[in-house]
Design a protein around this ligand. Structure first.
Ligand SMILES: [Zn+2]
Length: 596
């Protein structure tokens, strides 16, 4: 059986539109890696959904005098639309507000409790006397007691990345009205992270050799510096998943506990929708399965410490509660290649100041592949990066149009002008031709190595270098000139170049799926490289919801050298990319900032 690969993608809070920083941080790299593994013939399952329960959603609902359900559904619909336009091939993009997710989260809670990793305790929680209610952590801001950042959320500091003990926050303020909250006692369930620290440490040490340093620093490094303590996993809230026990009315599972369970529940829902209710176990119980988690750096502790702790703690009890006769333990993350942040024109992206490039707005003026290309070239893999419109303009015109697009154009134009739109018979290849083909075909190894390690910038760079090599080959063999004196030589060069672009199209397909698919058609293929995407409404006792689904039917792309044969009939073609005018740089910069 082919190796199962789980692509677990960060769950966007359904309270704001998606900008380029979100896309390059987690959603796009996840899709690139998913498409690559699909081309390798592996059993890929890419799942995520809208995080419907976070307090960011109730904060927005309060501000709009609307309901959390309305807010979540409105933004969820925009995500489905954007992800389709950008070609993000989620096998299932669902939401946390489904009966299935409630059920799975409650069973994970009970499994952890059954195994002795839950305890109850009284704790002090911020209480608003003006609103007569306990305040969720996100409703309270203050100064971080570790780094001194003045706008820390009470449970996590976005500046130093630390998880915080909300009661230690300095100078607390209620976000909604600015009033000073007071600490009051309330009873909650706690996840016993102290008890889970040793197995989580073992889990991290086994991955130390290949994880990104920033991820290790914020997981293993942090745990060794300061041992884990139990954390409350329930809250005094009415919007969310109820605690599945008598006598706990008015309290919910806290969002950071249940949202990560979405990776598991979405896999289960995907199987249910496909009429294969046990299929999820392929990714969740097979020790050969590789699970990649694509997230931004602000989510590292939740994915590298807390989620593995939940999975280890639940052990085989989750399967038992699901009614399986031969319960098995859960597959732990293989890699958590968290990205750093992308800034915009030298400043931090800020939605509220409109200092952002919004996905939907961008795609109303440009094609998806140039966005995917630039977001990969500028991906913040090891340090914060910057979106710069001048750079976008150059990457589009210099790389996509002048290097890759022009290569394809030159080859197809000679094939149509001089060889009746067919792949010419090359006769015997010379060393120059076989050298080029060898270089290109070796790329299936070297580019793959980078993709396996989630070094996406390096992988794209390696593939684009091969396109440059092809351009040099064409400049040297100049088939448009050779045709006048040596038709055989011209045919040989065009045949060789067609084979090279037939291979390059595959290597570039994870990054540039739309243009690779087009080129694939121009080269005379009938079956597409990838499957199709669509939405579907799922009926649910809780609330009907719409999901995005990838359908692999008909996909024929394989991670292997193209073997285009002489005589193959090519199809009429058009340029793969549009050249941009330099005026867009200032036009786009003028769109940034507060709208008057
Ligand atoms: Zn801090």
């Amino acid at each position: 059986m082919p190796e199962p690969v789980l692509i677990a993608v960060a769950w966007p809070y359904a309270n704001a539109e998606i900008h380029v920083g979100n896309l390059t941080g987690s959603y796009l790299p996840a899709d690139i890696v998913a498409r690559y593994h699909r081309l390798r013939g592996r059993q890929v399952l890419m799942v995520s959904g809208s995080d419907a329960h976070g307090t960011p959603i109730t904060v927005r609902a309060d501000a709009e005098k609307s309901t959390a359900l309305e807010v979540y559904q409105r933004y969820h619909a925009t995500f489905l639309d954007l992800f389709q336009k950008l070609g993000l091939t989620y096998d299932l993009f669902t939401s946390t507000h489904t009966s299935n997710h409630f059920n799975v989260s409650q069973k994970m809670f009970l499994a952890l409790k059954q195994n002795g990793y839950m305890y109850t305790d009284r704790q002090m929680q911020w209480y608003s006397t003006s609103q007569n209610r306990f305040l969720p952590d996100r409703y309270v801001e203050g100064t971080c007691y570790i780094c001194g950042f003045t706008k820390a959320r009470s449970d996590q500091c976005d500046n130093c990345g630390s998880l915080l003990d909300p009661t230690l926050l300095i100078d607390p303020r209620t976000k909604t009205d600015g009033s000073q909250p007071e600490l009051r006692e309330t009873e909650h369930f706690f996840l016993d992270l102290a008890l889970l620290q040793p197995p989580v440490e073992d889990f991290l040490r086994l991955r130390q050799s290949y994880w990104r340093p920033n991820v290790l620093r914020q997981s293993l490094g942090q745990m060794l510096a300061e041992p884990l303590r139990g954390r409350a996993i329930t809250r005094d809230l009415d919007w969310g998943i109820p605690i599945p026990l008598e006598g706990w009315n008015g309290k919910c599972l806290y969002v950071w506990f249940e949202a990560v369970i979405g990776y598991l529940s979405a896999a289960i829902e995907w199987g249910q929708i496909n009429g294969q209710p046990d299929a999820w176990r392929t990714w969740w119980h097979n020790p050969e399965a590789k699970a990649f988690y694509f997230i931004g750096k602000d989510n590292i502790p939740f994915h590298a410490i807390i989620w593995p702790a939940e999975l280890i703690g639940a052990g085989t009890a989750f399967d038992q509660l699901m009614g399986y006769a031969n319960p098995e333990p859960m597959v732990l993350p293989y890699d958590v290649p968290a990205n750093e942040f992308m800034n915009l024109e030298g400043q931090k992206i800020s939605g509220s100041r409109n200092w952002a490039v919004w996905g939907d707005d961008f795609l109303s003026r440009y094609d998806p592949d140039p966005l995917r290309y630039y977001l990969t070239v500028a991906m913040p893999e090891t340090r914060d990066s910057d979106w710069d419109w001048n750079e976008f303009f150059h990457r589009n015109n210099d790389d996509l149009v002048a290097t890759w697009g022009n290569l394809v154009n030159r080859v197809l134009s000679v094939a149509f002008k001089n060889f009746e739109g067919q792949v010419p018979d090359p006769g015997e290849l010379t060393d120059v031709d076989t050298d080029l083909l060898k270089s290109v075909e070796d790329g299936f190894q070297s580019v793959a190595l980078e993709l396996e390690a989630v070094h996406l910038r390096a992988a794209l760079d390696a593939a684009m270098n091969l396109a440059k090599e092809c351009n040099k080959y064409l400049d040297m063999t100049a088939p448009w000139k050779a045709i006048k004196t040596d038709r055989q030589a011209a045919g040989r060069a065009i045949y060789t170049a067609l084979r090279a672009i037939d291979s390059l199209k595959i290597m570039l397909a994870p990054f540039l799926p739309f243009s690779s698919e087009k080129l694939h058609t121009y080269l005379g293929y009938d079956q597409p490289l990838f499957g199709t995407q669509g939405t579907q409404v799922v009926q649910d006792a809780l609330a009907q919801h719409e999901v995005l689904r990838y359908n692999p039917a008909g996909a024929s792309g394989r991670w292997e050298a193209g073997a285009i044969q002489p005589g193959r009939v090519l199809r009429p073609y058009a340029p793969l990319f549009k050249k941009l005018e330099s005026t867009i740089i200032e036009e786009e910069r003028a769109r940034l900032g507060p709208k008057s």
